[in-house]
Design a protein around this ligand. Structure first.
Ligand code: BDR
Ligand code: CA
Length: 305
């Protein structure tokens, strides 16, 4: 089993991805760390705890940063994910509380406990990961890899013509994380826009898994409505799932080796640019086997209650 820590701002597509991770027999989810982004960090923590209770996951949950390293925080994305982050569909209040350690402290502790074994999977702004690096620079050599949902390398952004939301929410943190020594695979809009959960797909999920799948189907309606009004298609992109699925099934992905620069100011703030003439241990995904991914999602997540 692959040991993973997911840093997340749940979020509807975060919820879609987290339920898959929690159900996956090949993934050992050691912790969820929470970050501002789609919702406030306090709400992200509550939502992470609720999802653990929904699926029966015993992963530790630790709260992270409530604002970016340097820029002024952007408003939360309630027009995409609803006021509660779950499309205004409520889950019961969590019985469990968050860990007393901060997200960065917990990341450092777990990575040091399992040298070379832990994959970090940030699916929100990269502030906690940058904080963990500042706290303990050795984790850049101790973590197995970093698998990020973020960026738009060869395609347009989703919050500006240049930037994807997770990078735009904290470009300075993204720069630190992408400049560190560890291996990185970036799953940007280049690949995440290739996968669509249709309403029929979500209905099938709900039939297979009335409780978890039913919740995901109902929560996703708000997200589908957003896509319908913004992009004119009937369905939604499960962005964060692309990073989680890669941890279990890298063979389904096509990647390109490249280092990256991140624009930290001006009109193009949040832009991720490939520096292809500098080969190294960084790459970005350009394609995925969509049919295998969708089939696997139904098999794994549809197996939850
Ligand atoms: C990313 O931004 C958030 O709204 C989503 O959860 C995803 O992590 C997509 O740009
Ligand atoms: Ca997210």
């Amino acid at each position: 089993m692959k040991k993973i820590i997911i840093d997340t701002d749940p979020g509807i597509d975060d919820a879609q991805a987290l339920c898959y991770a929690m159900a996956h027999p090949q993934l050992e989810l050691l912790a969820l760390t929470t970050i501002f982004g789609n919702v406030s960090v306090e709400l992200a923590t509550q939502n992470a705890l609720q999802l653990c209770e929904l699926t029966g996951s015993t992963a530790l949950v630790a709260q992270g940063e409530h604002q970016p390293l340097q820029i002024k925080p952007h408003p939360v994305a309630d027009f995409v994910h609803g006021k509660n982050g779950f499309g205004n569909v409520d889950l019961p209040p969590p019985a469990r509380q968050a860990d007393s350690r901060s997200a960065a402290e917990l990341i450092v502790e777990i990575v040091r406990q399992h040298p070379g074994e832990v994959s970090l999977i940030p699916i929100g702004p990269l502030t906690n990961i940058a904080q963990a690096l500042q706290l303990a620079p050795d984790i850049a050599e101790l973590a197995a890899e970093v698998i990020i949902m973020g960026g738009a390398v060869e395609v347009a952004g989703n919050v500006s013509p240049y930037a994807e939301a997770n990078i735009w929410n904290d470009p300075h943190a993204a720069k630190q994380v992408l400049d560190a020594k560890w291996p990185v695979t970036l799953h940007g809009l280049d690949v995440t826009h290739q996968v669509i959960f249709s309403p029929e797909f979500l209905d099938t999920l709900a039939q297979q898994s009335p409780q978890c799948g039913g919740f995901l189907r109902d929560a996703s309606q708000f997200y589908v409505d957003f896509y319908q009004s913004r992009n004119g298609f009937n369905g939604c992109c499960p962005h964060d799932l692309l990073a989680i699925c890669y941890a279990a099934n890298p063979q389904w992905y096509t990647t390109r080796t490249s280092n990256f620069s991140v624009t930290t100011e001006g009109e193009e703030i949040g832009r991720t640019t490939a520096i292809a003439d500098k080969p190294g241990n960084k790459r970005y995904a350009t394609a995925v086997d969509v049919d295998s991914l969708l089939e696997d999602y139904l098999k794994i997540t549809g197996g939850l209650q």
